[in-house]
Design a protein around this ligand. Structure first.
Ligand SMILES: [Zn+2]
Length: 348
C-alpha cells in the first residue's frame, strides 16, 4: 500500500512539474534525456516541431522563455530559429549563440595552445609534446575493395589510428568553416552526406572533393530505414549516389545508415551492389553535448577508451566545429594518426 501511495505521489509530482514547465523547457529536458539521436530528432518536442507553433501562439512568451535559457541550451533551437522567420527575437537570439560559440572557440584555442599540461582527459603519465607548428595530417590512405560490400565498424585500423567521419551535411556555413580547419591541419576525412543537402550545396560538395576528402552516401533525407519499405530505402540510396555523381562526375560506393539503423534485406542489397557500409566505434554524442568544452573532453575520452577507430561527428552541429582545432591538436599531441578511406572502385 505504501509503495502504491509513493508511486501515485511521484506520478502526481512529475505531471504537475511537466504542466508547469514551458514547452521550451520540456524540449530542453527531452534533448537531455533522449537515449539516442533518432529519439531526439523524432521527438514531438523537437524544436522544429514546437517552435513554429509557439511562435504563432504566443511569440512574446516564447522569446522570453528562449532568452532565459543558458546559451548551450539555446543553441539547441538554432536551426529551428533560422528556419522560422516569425519570431521578432530571432536575430538577437542567433547573435547570442554565435557570440557564445565564438567565445568558446577562443577559450579552447587558448586551452589547446597553452594549458595542455592541465588537460583533463589524458592521464599525467601520457607523454605530451607540444607540436602546434606541425599539422595533424596528412591522413594515411586506407584502400577499400568494395567488392562484396565489406562492413566497417572499428575500421580495420592500426593501434592509435583514427578515421574521422562527418555526417548529415553539407551545412551552408558550418561545413565550409570545417573545411578551412581541415585544410589548415592538412587533414583528409570521410564525409557521409545527405542527398538533399548535396543537391542544395553543390559548391561545398565540390570543395570537399577538391580538398581530397572522401564523400559517402548517408541517404537522401535521413529516414529511419527500419521503418521504411525496402524499395523506398533503396530509392533513398540510389538517388543520393545519382546526385553525388551529378555534382562530382563520379561517386564512391560508401554508405552509412542513418542512426546506424539497418535491415538484413538492405545489408544484402549493399553486398550485391558492392557498396561498403560504415558504422563507428567512437560516438562523440556531439548532437547532445552542445557545450563545446564538455564535448571536447567527452570526445577525447571516447577516443582514449578505444585507442582508435572510426569517430562519428556531425558537420551540422556548431559545437562540433568549435572543438575541432583543439580536438585534432590534442589527438596529435597524444600520438594519434589520421586515416581516410579511399576506393579504387570510384564509379561513373
Ligand atoms: Zn546521420
Amino acid at each position: 500500500m505504501k509503495t502504491v501511495l509513493i508511486s501515485i505521489f511521484t506520478i502526481f509530482l512529475t505531471t504537475s512539474a511537466m504542466a508547469e514547465d514551458s514547452l521550451i523547457l520540456q524540449s530542453v529536458g527531452t534533448h537531455k534525456d533522449s537515449a539516442n539521436y533518432h529519439a531526439w530528432l523524432d521527438s514531438p518536442l523537437h524544436p522544429t516541431s514546437i517552435l513554429p507553433k509557439l511562435a504563432n501562439l504566443d511569440p512574446k512568451k516564447t522569446c522570453e522563455d528562449l532568452h532565459a535559457l543558458p546559451e548551450d541550451q539555446l543553441s539547441i533551437f538554432r536551426d529551428a530559429l533560422e528556419i522560422d522567420t516569425k519570431l521578432h527575437c530571432k536575430d538577437v537570439l542567433l547573435d547570442k549563440t554565435n557570440t557564445y560559440f565564438q567565445y568558446k572557440k577562443e577559450l579552447l584555442k587558448w586551452r589547446s595552445s597553452y594549458s595542455h599540461e592541465t588537460q583533463k582527459p589524458f592521464s599525467s603519465t601520457t607523454p605530451r609534446k607540444f607540436t602546434q607548428e606541425h599539422s595533424f595530417g596528412p591522413s594515411r590512405e586506407q584502400n577499400v575493395n568494395t567488392t562484396g560490400g565489406p562492413i566497417f565498424i572499428s575500421g580495420d585500423l592500426n593501434y592509435k589510428e583514427v578515421a574521422i567521419t562527418f555526417d548529415d551535411g553539407p551545412h551552408g556555413t558550418l561545413t565550409p568553416e570545417l573545411l578551412d580547419i581541415l585544410k589548415s591541419e592538412n587533414l583528409q576525412v570521410t564525409f557521409f552526406s545527405v542527398g538533399r543537402n548535396v543537391k542544395k550545396y553543390p559548391a561545398i560538395v565540390n570543395q570537399i572533393n577538391e580538398d581530397r576528402h572522401s564523400l559517402g552516401n548517408h541517404s537522401w533525407s535521413h529516414p529511419n530505414m527500419r521503418k521504411l519499405k525496402h524499395r523506398s530505402s533503396v530509392n533513398q540510396i540510389e538517388s543520393t549516389f545519382q546526385q553525388i555523381q551529378q555534382e562530382m562526375d563520379f561517386y564512391i560506393p560508401f554508405f552509412r545508415f542513418p542512426y546506424g539503423n539497418y535491415t538484413s534485406k538492405l545489408k544484402t542489397y549493399l553486398k550485391r551492389n558492392d557498396i561498403s557500409s560504415f558504422f563507428w566505434n567512437i560516438d562523440t554524442l556531439d548532437w547532445k553535448y552542445s557545450d563545446p568544452e564538455f564535448l571536447l573532453d567527452y570526445a577525447l575520452e571516447q577516443v582514449e577508451k578505444t585507442e582508435g577507430g572510426i569517430v562519428l561527428f556531425h558537420d551540422v552541429q556548431p559545437q562540433t566545429i568549435a572543438i575541432m582545432p583543439a580536438f585534432l591538436q590534442t589527438l596529435k599531441n597524444n600520438g594519434y594518426k589520421p586515416v581516410v578511406y579511399r576506393t579504387q572502385s570510384e564509379r561513373n
